[in-house]
Design a protein around this ligand. Structure first.
Ligand code: QV4
Length: 475
């Protein structure tokens, strides 16, 4: 039985490039019932359509170049399908987090966007499809050059990220257009935002845009927000912490790197990675950028990657985001699997429905090592971490108060472990794989598989269905 999800027990999943109908089905069939509380979806606004890149279909990154704020026609579906997805997910207890592109619009050139709106780099004639708002050259800048010196905060925030036309968010009217777009999403029931390229928007403008949004119907309160910031000496993560959570790439590099190296025994500590407290941080093992541009540990690494993801969900630092995308092979620009250009749709190729069984889609959140761990996080909530055991540098086990026990084995051989635990006596399902384990007299004996995990929690006590597997031998 899944516990109700509290803020401390949240797990998000980035369903990168999934179409709206597929996200809706996943909320209903898998995410809600398994204790996942949110989905980060790809940008839903009208986007440029870039011709086929070398060897692939329309690149995924065309979605990060907004042409207008119409939702009518992305390659992921129609506005009606988007609204239906938000409602279906809400009914399953799952918030939709929209990837909000507010720093910029398009790159060089001109063309026609996915919903049929003509654009050029500094001209977006109809932002909402009703002739009430537009951007022209004056709405951009004040800098019209590409960011060159990343050690100059003025430049990072006012010039162009990879040549993308930089909106002049100092202008209140530009901020009003952005708020209108975001409030339109909130009014549909969107529960939060991942703010794309937030570090490239001055903090005061972020504060105004995201601090003045409508109340979310269904969930109540204003939307939850997390800002995409690669913190460094020029723009630290903490600069954005007053305005929402902040993506913690220091955590990402440290935890992913240590799992890759099999050097995890020290990870029970709760450092304020990058200066962010647990409440301020959004954490992940990879995301759609790092898996392509700076791959430390990704789906391509198999068991170790799933082990690291399970650890992230067991360890009480930050709000975790599980990454679930598609197999792009060696082509970092490759777009998502698609059904081709249906009916001459201006969006270009239309994304196929996700099928987790074919291998084209990676579906990491459904991997046996990961699938039950959102339930573990929901059940363990705010319970603290107590270290219970290590064995060499590659093995670590800990309690989450009296609510959970988890053991991680980043070595190539099974770990025979007997450890103290505060988990009440009983027999529990292993949330990080198969099998069961029994706690008796304050102690648990388990065999933790090579590059695998055992995770037991109070809501996973098995009652009538303990048979079939010998206690103490998950597998
Ligand atoms: C090209 C040239 C430029 C030239 C420009 C204009 O390279 O030198 O100025 O043309 O002539 C694409 C291309 C890029 C191209 C640009 C403009 O890759 O070569 O510039 O478009 O046409 C995604 C992709 C980018 C892509 C962008 C827009 O990753 O490759 O750019 O979408 O389509 C920093 C930031 C951080 C950012 C990260 C990648 O601080 O905010 O880099 N991460 C987010 C998203 C990311 C997204 C963006 C920001 C932009 O997670 O996916 O970029 O919205 O760390």
């Amino acid at each position: 039985a899944a516990a109700p999800v509290t803020p401390d027990g949240e797990t998000l999943v980035q369903l990168f490039q999934w179409n709206w109908d597929s996200v809706a089905a996943e909320c209903e069939n898998f995410l809600g019932p398994n204790g996942f509380s949110g989905v980060q979806v790809s940008p839903p606004q009208e986007h440029v359509v870039i011709p086929f890149a070398e060897g692939g279909n329309h690149p995924w990154w065309q979605d990060y170049q907004p042409v207008s704020y119409r939702l009518d026609n992305t390659r992921r579906g129609t506005a009606d399908e988007f609204a239906a997805m938000v409602a279906t997910c809400r009914d399953s207890g799952v918030r939709i987090y929209v990837d909000a592109v507010v720093n910029h619009t398009t790159g060089d050139g001109s063309g026609v966007g996915s919903a049929g709106t003509a654009w050029s780099k500094y001209e977006h004639p109809d932002l909402f499809g009703d002739s009430t708002a537009s951007y022209d050259r004056d709405d951009f800048g004040p800098c019209y050059e590409e960011i060159a010196n990343w050690n100059d905060k003025e430049e990072v925030q006012n010039c162009q990220l990879v040549g993308l036309a930089d909106l002049n968010t100092a202008d209140p009217q530009v901020r009003d257009h952005l708020k209108r777009y975001l409030n339109g999403l909130v009014d549909l029931g969107v529960g939060g935002f991942r703010v794309d390229a937030a570090k490239h928007v001055p903090e005061a403008h972020i504060a105004d845009i995201f601090g003045n949004l409508n109340t979310v119907p269904g969930f109540g309160g204003t939307p939850r927000v997390f800002h995409e910031v690669y913190g460094d000496a020029t723009v630290p993560y903490t600069a954005y912490a007053p305005y929402g959570e902040v993506t913690n790439f220091d955590y990402q590099r440290d935890v992913a790197g240590k799992f890759k190296d099999g050097n995890i025994a020290g990870l029970a500590q709760l450092p304020d990675y990058g200066g962010l407290t647990s409440d301020q941080a959004t954490v992940f093992i990879d995301n759609h950028d790092t898996q392509r541009y700076h791959p430390t540990l990704t789906y391509k690494d198999g068991d170790r990657y799933h082990l690291a993801t399970a650890f992230m969900l067991a360890h009480p630092y930050g709000t975790p985001v599980v990454t679930s995308g598609y197999d792009f092979g060696d082509n970092v620009t490759e777009g998502p699997p698609s059904v081709g250009n249906v009916g001459g749709n201006p969006a270009g190729w239309i994304t196929e429905d996700t099928d987790c069984s074919t291998g084209a889609w990676v579906c990491s959140h459904r991997h046996p090592t990961v699938a039950g761990m959102a339930g573990f996080r929901a059940s363990t909530g705010s319970a603290g971490l107590t270290q219970r055991a290590t064995d060499g540098s590659g093995r670590l086990a800990f309690d989450r108060g009296a609510r959970g026990f988890a053991a991680f084995n980043a070595t190539g051989s099974a770990w025979q472990l007997t450890a103290a635990t505060s988990l009440p006596d009983g027999t529990y399902d292993n949330a990080a794989g198969g099998g069961t384990a029994t706690v008796s007299g304050g102690s648990v004996t388990v065999q933790v598989p090579a590059n695998g995990a055992v995770a037991l929690h109070v809501d996973g006590e098995c009652e009538d269905d303990c048979g079939g597997t010998d206690p103490g031998t998950p597998g």
